[in-house]
Design a protein around this ligand. Structure first.
Ligand code: ADP
Length: 376
């Protein structure tokens, strides 16, 4: 004899699996969240496409699909068990370690049908990988920011304290403290400017105003901004951009890109080193490269230098080092132009940063018009 409750149970499951209204099936198929329903025997009754993507079912087998066929994660098994045995809802975090790790928030709830004993349990999986990544970035950002602010501020306080104690006629000592104060205030100023720039660029609030620019002359103007630092260190910057090359870019932003890259090429160069700026057209693209004879970047650092606040060992140890935001800003600005930036570098030899932008389309030669060769 099948009890009334058992009957109700079976009826419930039959409806759930077979008679599921097409509307419900469409809803389940459209959901980003993974949905799994298992019965008291841990047989899977419902697995929507999102859940099938998280837990790919094994190649077709004749027996009914069971939870153990999909996952062996003990927290999930316990969660479903708890919902089925105690009628309790469970919330947990689940990590998928197949390939790139992915994180999910999981809610498991009992499914009742006019009885106190749950007939089945429903698990909903919401992916939180991106959310957790953003949270980590946000936390790191503030940790880095307070560190970067603290260093120059501590130095400023130390200089001020020294100044308070200096004999009024010790002008030499006073001058050194004031120079130090000035340097640290400049550093703070540059940091705040970079953070403001980065925030503005990342908010997507800036609109580019694109112009066709003659690159060689443009580079010459940017070089004038860098020349004093280069001369101070005896570094020769050579503009090898061919005369004919034009670029479609926002002049203000292109200045920022080139100035940052050149500033690094000078800053991380060896005394009396060289920097070359070159450009060439590659089909629809324009490649601008800035190569130096500097200290180079260790292979392990290369993928990280475009991250906010990331600085190489040598830069970190310098008192007047930058904020580590320059390349993050450059990367964003290049991407805003629809371009890419890459680095090639060999420690002790030098580095080359290549910016790839869209080239200005060449004017089409009218059909039948004499080509330059034909006129010769
Ligand atoms: P910053 O120059 O303020 O330290 P950036 O974001 O401009 O920050 O650069 C990040 C890091 O990349 C630098 O600290 C340095 O280690 C490395 N780097 C950038 N450009 C060069 C270069 N031309 N040569 C060697 N190292 C470089």
């Amino acid at each position: 004899m099948i009890s009334a409750e058992e009957n109700a149970h079976r009826e419930f499951l039959r409806e759930l699996v077979h008679a599921a209204h097409p509307v419900w099936r469409t809803i389940l198929a459209a959901m980003r969240e993974g949905v799994l329903v298992v019965d008291r025997e841990m047989t899977v009754l419902v697995q929507n496409p999102a859940a099938a993507e998280i837990f790919p079912p094994p190649p077709i087998s004749s027996r009914p699909l069971r939870l153990i066929d999909l996952t062996r994660d003990p927290t999930l098994h316990e969660g479903f068990q708890q919902a089925l045995e105690h009628g309790a809802s469970v919330e947990s975090r689940f990590e998928l370690r197949r390939g790139e790790p992915r994180a999910f928030q999981v809610r498991i709830a009992p499914l009742h049908l006019a009885s106190d004993t749950p007939h089945a349990a429903l698990g909903v999986f919401v992916e939180i990988t991106a959310l957790e990544r953003l949270e980590r970035i946000r936390r790191d950002f503030f940790a880095n920011l307070s560190h970067e602010l603290r260093t120059p501020l501590a130095a400023i306080l130390a200089y001020v304290e020294t100044l308070q104690e200096i004999e009024p006629d010790d002008s030499e000592h006073m001058r050194r403290c004031l120079d130090g104060l000035f340097r640290q205030a400049q550093r703070l100023h540059a940091l705040v400017r970079d953070i403001t720039d980065l925030a503005e660029i990342e908010s997507g609030a800036i609109a580019l105003s694109l112009e066709v620019l003659p690159l060689r002359a443009f580079v010459e103007d940017v070089l004038a901004l860098i020349q004093p630092q280069a001369e101070e260190r005896g570094i020769a910057i050579v503009n090898e951009v061919p005369e004919a090359i034009q670029v479609l870019a926002d002049p203000l932003r292109l200045t920022q890109i080139l100035q940052n890259l050149l500033d690094n090429a000078v800053k991380f160069n060896r005394p009396n080193g060289h920097v070359w700026i070159r450009a060439r057209r590659l089909g629809e693209h324009l490649e601008i490269s800035i190569a130096d004879t500097g200290i180079g970047i260790p292979p392990a650092d290369q993928p990280r230098i475009f991250e906010r606040f990331y600085r190489g060992e040598k830069s970190r140890s310098r008192e007047t080092g930058g904020s580590g935001l320059g390349l993050a800003i450059v990367k964003h600005l290049v991407q805003l132009h629809g371009g890419e930036i890459h680095v090639r570098s060999e420690p002790g030899v030098g580095s080359e940063f290549t910016v790839r932008l869209k080239a200005v389309p060449e004017p089409k030669v009218a059909q039948g018009a004499p080509s330059t060769d034909a006129t010769k």
